[in-house]
Ligand binder design. Structure first.
Ligand code: FMN
Ligand code: SF4
Ligand code: SF4
Length: 264
């Protein structure tokens, strides 16, 4: 079994969960980390065949998959390639993201066999879904991978299968908000880590304080990765979103939701 892992993960939670799923699945795993722009360019046009199994993982942005990923996804091609779809969300809701991911890949020659919505610490604040995925989440993801491996072995080549996941079509409208960019304070030591890790190259490579608000997707990679805590969104709209999340999304612990193939 040739296992490939395709994932986008600015703050690392999608990486952790898809890594566990891959480990549970077993076999040799080839990683396609599409977090950085240069790697998305490199991995454009990848093709997979019927002996490949692909694990796809993306974070949920506004109840959907991150919009700009459609560009690379629309260049990938499967040929009856079996796929496991995963989304990571920050304890609000994953809305239609899992269905959207499944539909995009199934339209391109992949066949879903399992899917999961997992919880990761919210990109905007460490106060929502703090420390998730935690040890329980990770062992669930590992077991999910093992269950997928068992399910794969039982698949009959000519059987009729259908993977059903939660979500609605037409998909939820993405919320439109004003362009914004993180500010940089005086603790900045010009290490460049933020610019190297920005998924859309919104941070100037020569002046790390200069951020293009039109490009910024608010992934918070620069904020969470800065060793000096020098970057932050300091505007009212962002503070209001964080406040809303803390009020509405912290009371009850949510658990991962898993979907397996049913045959008929
Ligand atoms: C722009 C943006 C929008 C987000 N929208 C949602 C959302 O609709 N629902 C939710 O529960 N979490 C949302 N999140 C939180 C992320 O889905 C979550 O923190 C995820 O674990 C991040 O994945 P990563 O660590 O791989 O970057 C959003 C995060 C960002 C940056
Ligand atoms: S990661 Fe932080 S300290 Fe390093 S250049 Fe960026 S803002 Fe400055
Ligand atoms: S500048 Fe914006 S897009 Fe780039 S890492 Fe920071 S939050 Fe993410």
């Amino acid at each position: 079994m040739n296992v490939s892992r395709i994932y986008f993960s600015p703050t690392g939670t999608t990486d952790k969960i898809t890594g566990q799923v891959a480990e549970g699945l077993g076999g040799t795993v080839k990683d396609y980390n599409i977090t950085l722009l240069k790697d998305r360019a490199k991995f454009k046009g990848l093709t997979f065949n019927s002996t490949d199994v692909v694990i796809v993982g993306v974070p949920v942005y506004s109840g959907r998959i991150p919009a700009f990923l459609s560009e690379i996804f629309s260049t990938l091609k499967g040929d009856g390639t079996l796929a496991i779809f995963t989304v990571m969300y920050g304890h609000r809701n994953y809305d239609d993201a899992l269905l959207e991911l499944k539909n995009i890949f199934e339209a391109r020659g992949f066949k879903g066999i399992a899917a999961g919505a997992f919880i990761g610490e919210h990109s905007f604040t460490e106060k929502v879904a703090t420390g998730r995925p935690d040890a329980d989440d990770l062992s669930m993801a590992l077991k999910f991978g093992k269950d997928c491996s068992v399910a794969l072995k039982k698949l009959e080549s000519n059987g009729k299968y259908e993977l059903n996941v939660k979500g609605n079509f037409p998909y939820k409208e993405r919320s439109q908000s004003q362009p914004m960019a993180p500010q940089t304070n005086d603790s900045c030591n010009n290490c460049g880590i933020c610019a190297e890790n920005c998924p859309v190259e919104a941070i100037d490579f020569k002046d790390f304080r200069k951020v293009d608000a039109e490009k910024c997707i608010r992934c918070c990679s620069c904020i969470k990765k800065c060793p000096e805590n020098a970057k932050a969104f300091n505007n009212d709209a962002f503070a209001k979103s964080v406040q809303w999340l803390m009020t509405n999304c912290t009371s009850v612990r949510k658990e991962p939701e898993l979907f397996m193939l049913s045959s008929h």
